[in-house]
Design a protein around this ligand. Structure first.
Ligand code: Z5A
Length: 212
């Protein structure tokens, strides 16, 4: 009998919302309860394309805006065979940022529309669940200063948040908004519950294609 597929679970949110903290805790909790789970993150800075992106984010190089958008998308596509293989093997993937960040960050730049930004990611494996960690700029500021990387300014992050809000109106994606201002443990509990429900239903469903 073929094994039941794993779920594709994505965490999105603005800077310092706690995505990485929560991805790690979720993977740990799933593994401890005997469910195969692994974490992925985008950008994946370990590949050749990822290294170009990393140098751009660290402001060590400049790239034209359309070009870097396509590189972020290519960085997801190059991982698709691995994503599909893991899911087919029954491993749940917990992903720190995905195509939604790609669209929100580029479309927050002048001269870009949501539609153009979505195109390169059409047909990617569709997440079974996308949790948006909601945190106000004031609460994010309490978690420390912005870092040195590109995009880490409050004006840009506000524009990004508005783009995420537009994306969340799309009913074809299973969005869940999570209050990220609670304690790490409370946020985790909420995310764990949503994820367990999704893992159980994903078992019997075919993996979809994003924005198709
Ligand atoms: N980008 C793009 O342009 N296009 C794309 O296609 C993709 C990405 C995929 C990648 O940054 C940048 O690339 C990103 C988007 C862009 N640019 N920005 N901004 P990254 O992935 O390398 O780093 P990040 O995603 O920006 O990390 P982050 O947002 O700064 O952090 P986070 O993962 O959301 O939070 P964290 O690291 O788990 O926690 C942050 C701090 O808060 C830390 O000190 C924690 O201990 C603390 N924390 C966490 N949870 C709590 C709670 N509940 N209470 C109190 N304190 C907490």
């Amino acid at each position: 009998m073929a094994c039941k597929r794993g779920a594709l679970i994505v965490l999105e949110g603005v800077d310092k919302a706690g995505k990485t903290t929560q991805c790690k805790k979720l993977v740990q909790a799933l593994q401890q309860s005997g469910r195969p789970a692994e974490m992925m993150r985008f950008p994946d800075r370990t590949t050749t394309i990822g290294q170009l992106i990393s140098a751009y984010l660290e402001k060590k190089s400049d790239l034209e805006d359309h070009t870097v958008h396509l590189l972020f998308s290519a960085n997801r596509w190059e991982l698709v065979p691995l994503i599909k293989k893991k899911l087919e093997q029954g491993t749940t993937l917990v992903v720190d940022r995905y195509a939604f960040s790609g669209v929100a960050f580029t479309s927050a730049k002048p001269g870009f529309c949501l539609d153009w930004c979505m195109k390169p990611d059409v047909g990617l494996p569709k997440p079974d669940l996308v949790m948006f960690l909601q945190l106000s700029p004031a609460e994010a500021a309490l978690r420390g200063q912005f870092g040195e990387e590109r995009y880490e300014t409050s004006v840009f992050q506000k524009a990004v948040q508005q783009k995420f809000e537009q994306l969340m109106k799309d009913p074809s994606v299973n969005w869940q908004v999570i209050d990220a201002s609670q304690s790490v443990e409370d946020v985790h509990e909420n995310i764990r519950t949503q994820s367990l429900n999704t893992i159980n239903t994903a078992h019997n469903q075919q993996l979809g294609e994003l924005w198709k």
